[in-house]
Write a protein that binds this ligand. Structure first.
Ligand code: AMP
Ligand code: ZN
Length: 385
């Protein structure tokens, strides 16, 4: 009989680790101390029901998942129920408690790796169809809250879902204590080992979570379920689109084709996220378009971080463009939507050099003569630091 078979039976008492903080919590809580084991199992079982309810709502089938990552797994309060639903070979667990990870690997036959408090210190080994994070964002300080959100989102497979829980305002004794930013970190926790610098009790508003999700993942919150977990933690779901949903490489977007190298462009600047190239019907010589490599239709859809990055690139390349065409001034243009004059539905900034007496005629649409675009580009590039 292997561990998986063993786990099918209800003989799970022996599998509770003596250092399991969640179990120890139930041994001391006035409402559960008489039957802590039952409370411990019920609590994991109710996580299972909540998760199945969420999948139901988003039309996701657990059986369709090839990989499940349970992050901040502890000593397996939930894992012991999860292994009854999907094969342990598809499950990966991780926690800062190394002993807990070792215990789960041995006890349930799941894969596991050690975590750290700082996401920068952790390499997540695979991509997962489901990432489930119960009761971690309800404990993280501000310095790691968003970085963990970003890191976990990045560890999703295409079409994968990240599900995490938080303490909302309704969990607060005094909701009026909430900060304007919608984030409150209180120095209290059930953990006897983690320092308050890394782990305590965190309350967040729904607005805070939505903003963080949009800015860190570029995606909207797919589903928000207030008080879904244990009837008090709010749950949020974020889905990572398929790659071909992110970058449309079809005929509908000419700039995506430029990014994909399907049609040529005079590239002024390029990095992993941003491309700048000469406009083919320039307002003036040196007219450059700056675009994110991901297809966003307009500025309002663009994640904050990318907006900052693009503006800083514009600041960096504009002096070279101006020097290249010997102009002093420039317009920075950004059309958002058809009525504003946006023709190409892929967000783009126009950097338009201006010359003395050029008539300030924004869209007169000149064209480059033979070899002129190459020459302009060469001169711009000469002026890069
Ligand atoms: P907008 O009106 O703000 O959408 O601007 C679209 C700009 O894209 C116009 O200035 C066009 O000249 C420019 N454009 C369209 N196709 C290309 C292309 N293949 N290469 C460079 N610029 C282009
Ligand atoms: Zn596009």
């Amino acid at each position: 009989m292997n561990i998986y078979d063993l786990n099918q039976q209800d003989n799970m008492e022996a599998k509770v680790h003596p250092n399991d903080e969640m179990y120890l919590f139930f041994t001391t809580h006035p409402l559960t101390k008489d039957a802590p084991l039952q409370a411990y199992f019920d609590s994991g079982d109710s996580m299972k029901s909540s998760l199945l309810g969420i999948f139901d709502k988003i039309g996701f089938r657990m059986e369709g998942a090839n990989s499940f990552f349970e992050f901040a797994c502890g000593y397996g309060r939930f894992t012991r129920h999860l292994v009854k639903m999907i094969s342990p070979q598809k499950i990966t667990v991780s926690d800062v408690y190394r002993e807990a990870v070792d215990f789960q690997k041995e006890m349930f036959g799941v894969k596991g790796f050690y975590s750290e408090f700082d996401p920068a210190d952790v390499a997540i080994p695979e991509r997962y169809d489901i990432i489930f994070v119960a009761s971690l964002f309800s404990h993280l300080p501000l310095k790691t809250w968003r970085p963990w959100l970003k890191k976990l989102y990045e560890s999703l497979s295409d079409n994968g879902v990240l599900i995490f829980s938080t303490h909302g305002k309704s969990c607060m004794a005094n909701p009026s204590d909430m900060s304007d930013a919608g984030f409150l970190y209180c120095h209290m926790s059930e953990s006897k080992t983690h320092s308050f610098e890394d782990y305590a009790t965190t309350y967040v508003t729904s607005e805070f979570v939505h903003k963080a999700v949009t800015e860190e993942t570029g995606q909207p919150v797919l589903l928000e379920m207030p008080k879904c977990l244990w009837s008090y933690q709010d749950v949020y779901v974020v889905r990572k689109p398929k790659t071909d949903e992110l970058i449309t490489n079809d005929e509908s977007c000419i700039f995506c084709k430029i990014i994909a190298g399907e049609i040529p462009a005079y590239k002024v600047y390029e990095d992993d996220d941003v491309l700048a190239f000469l406009d083919i019907t320039p307002v003036n010589s040196g007219h450059t378009l700056v675009i994110p490599k991901k297809h966003y239709p307009n500025l309002l859809e663009l994640p904050e971080e990318m907006a900052c990055k693009i503006v800083s690139i514009i600041k960096k390349i504009t002096p070279a463009i101006l020097a290249g065409v010997v102009a002093k001034d420039f317009n920075l243009g950004l059309n958002n939507g058809k009525l504003s004059g946006q023709v190409v539905d892929h967000l783009h900034w126009h950097i338009m050099p201006r010359f003395e007496g050029d008539g300030y005629d924004l869209w007169h649409g000149k064209s480059y003569g033979e070899g002129q675009a190459e020459e302009v580009l060469r001169k711009i590039k000469e002026n890069f630091n």
